[in-house]
Ligand binder design. Structure first.
Ligand code: NCD
Length: 312
């Protein structure tokens, strides 16, 4: 096999080379073109463990759908309360058990670094479905794929990334993902308290990605091809007062997007709370529902490439 996906852990989008992501996207194209409505049997007999220590709707369900469409079975849990962890079992033992029972572990956790830790313990491949405020690699794959589908390319476009750039792992992973390509420019738009973290800016500098930090989307809306909006990550604020100060500090309205280019597309990893006005949902600018839909074929591709080899 040309690219190294077989039995691989997926911890950060930064672990991937551009040509590997392109190969993943081409596989996803094939699935969408020919297989998405069929039951495939590439992973018959495999068991996928979905270990969600933190809430999720789309990520968990789309992994489950992806696994089932490929013929695999799924075992899952969605909170610590239902586990022996609530009896004092440590995380490492829980991972060891999942490693014994399954062929691949998908893990989500509120703490940074848990996916990497799980991958060190488990012999089976581990996919990070979001840990802490930094890494959510499969979301970044979906987001990049969505841009590629909408515009035909990821390179050469101007991106506005709006919202909680400090605590948001989807936003951070999207920025990391873009740094693997050649975007024209990134505008990092947020209130002061939610500014992008220093290590992310360092990476952009090292990779020669042009960026500018902004406070208001209004100032740059007419330059954007993509506006990537994120929710304020209330649950990750160390101080609830800090959250109170920034909540409601930005909102994308129909009036705002109408001042943008005709081709402008608004992306959002979802869930959205109130940062996008309902009037945008039904407009031609909104791309977040199709983006969520691509969660299934992207995750199918990843599971095939990791567990099934190059059989598609
Ligand atoms: C994101 C997450 O969990 O980081 N959700 C998702 O997977 N689409 C974004 C969020 O919770 O805001």
């Amino acid at each position: 096999m040309k690219y190294k996906f077989h039995q691989r852990d997926v911890i950060s989008i930064l672990d991937f080379e551009r040509d590997e992501l392109e190969y993943l996207f081409e596989t996803t194209d094939k699935i969408l073109d020919s297989y998405i409505d069929k039951k495939m049997h590439l992973l018959d007999g495999k068991i996928i463990a979905l270990a969600f220590f933190e809430p999720s709707t789309r990520t968990r369900l789309s992994f489950e759908v992806a696994a089932k469409k490929l013929g695999a079975d799924v075992i899952s849990f969605t909170s610590e309360e239902s586990l022996s962890i609530s009896k004092g079992e440590n995380l490492a033992d829980t991972i060891r058990m999942l490693d014994n029972y399954s062929d691949l572990i998908v893990i989500r956790h509120r703490l940074e670094g848990v996916a990497k830790y799980a991958a060190e313990i488990a012999e089976k491949p581990v996919i990070n479905a979001g840990d802490g405020k930094q890494h959510h690699p499969t979301q970044a794959m979906i987001d990049l794929y969505t841009v590629r589908k909408l515009f035909g390319a990821i390179d050469g476009l101007t991106y506005g990334i709006l919202g909680d750039l400090r605590y948001g792992r989807a936003a951070t992973s999207f920025i990391y993902g873009l740094s693997i390509f050649k975007p024209k420019k990134l505008y990092l738009i947020s209130p002061e308290a939610l500014r992008v973290r220093e290590e992310v800016l360092e990476l952009l500098k090292n990779r020669n990605i042009m960026y500018e930090e902004k406070y208001n989307t209004e100032d740059v809306i007419d330059q954007l091809d993509v506006l990537y909006v994120t929710r304020i990550q209330r649950e990750r604020f160390p101080d609830p007062m800090e959250y109170e100060r920034v909540k409601g500090s930005y909102r994308v309205t129909r009036e705002l997007v109408k001042r943008g280019r005709r081709e402008l597309k608004v992306l959002h990893p979802l869930p959205k709370v109130n940062e996008i006005d309902y009037s945008v949902d039904a407009s031609e600018y909104a791309a977040y529902y199709i983006q969520a839909k691509y969660g299934v074929p992207i995750r199918m591709s990843l599971l095939i490439l990791i567990l099934g080899g190059d059989k598609l």
